[in-house]
Design a protein around this ligand. Sequence first.
Ligand code: CAA
Length: 382
Amino acid sequence: MDFALNEEHKMIRDMARNYAQKELAPVAAELDQKSEFPSRHLPKMAELGLLGMMVPTEWGGSGLDTLAYVLALEEVSAACASTSVTMSVNNSLYCGPIVKFGTDAQKEKYLTPYASGQKLGAYALSEPGTGSDAANQQTTAVLKGDKWILNGRKNFITNGPNADAMIVYAMNDKEKRHKGISAFLVEKNFPGFAVGKVEKKLGICASSTSEIVLDNCEVPAANLLGQAGQGFTIAMSTLDSGRIGIGTQALGIARAAYEAARKYSTEREAFGKKIYEFGAIEGFIADMATEVDASRLLVHRAAWLKDQGQPFGKEASMAKLFASETAMRVTNKAIQVHGGYGYIKEYPVERYYRDAKITEIYEGTSEIQRLVICRHVLKEIQ
Ligand code: CAA
């Protein structure tokens, strides 16, 4: 077993850290306060190869492995969680399934410009009445001639208002429940496609989240991703990978909060000594350091398994579950270490706390991760 990163991985991590700390961290609070989508940062991220990291180079990506991706994503997440979810959705939820299930013609049109960062993608699975029970899709797809006609509403779509295209899941045969779901490549300018309500959120305020309205939306038959009826498998296997990304985002947020608290504890004095010298704060710092490290080990294990071509769904859910709950505990303690200063916007820890919460919700709530993990571990004894 080797816990050391190789030179290429270290180089990618250092490149991403250098970029994120220099260009994202200084503006993250401003983007958050203005709820400003990080559009102006995407060209540089594209230039650095951060938007299609695991996409083969022939399709405009960086051709790197999952470990390289999580190393870079942790750095972006530690600097600006809003930018990191924008990056993660384009990499894991949009480009990922096109690499795996797309035809060459689909890859040329819907992968190359997105992996190289000229365009941005999204993933539209959730609906107003369909969150955790993803198989219960109400959006419909009917094949008419050489077009699929899609009707329905999607909600909580990350990158929704800014995406040039997205993978939309819809029911084309209700009788078959999950086996009647298909996946479609839908462009923003297709007739019948509209961006609905743009959400105001507790955290990751600079990322964009909206409803998508499909009103007799016309999708060319050639834009079916995979086979008709394969949509649920595509959605689920995509989320397995996506959960490694959200685990990484949680890890990055937790690390940033831990580092801020550790620094503050060596600067702030009370009762004539630095606050880290008090047992209570010492305990906080030790617990934070331990849980951040444990999260990273789980995230890296899931990424490694995926890179080895081994099953990784259980480990991805474990990494997301543990890292997201760690992010909540660590950001909470980071505010506590800062006292009153932790509660005001002059210090970044209140943003970390708000940003952390979503990692327990999107790409499967903690309750869904426990369900997935439990199903896997019960299978192991059958
Ligand atoms: N990979 C491949 N196939 C899978 C799979 C996976 N990970 N998980 C399940 N399947 C297959 C099963 O093998 C089964 O296939 P067969 O019928 O051929 O045997 C089929 O799918 C149905 O599986 P289940 O019976 O397990 O399905 P279920 O209805 O009980 O649901 C669930 C399973 C885990 C609860 C799933 O619905 C789920 O993950 N829900 C959460 C959805 C979610 O995470 N939504 C997040 C929205 S996306 C988002 O947040 C994006 C964003 O913008 C950031």
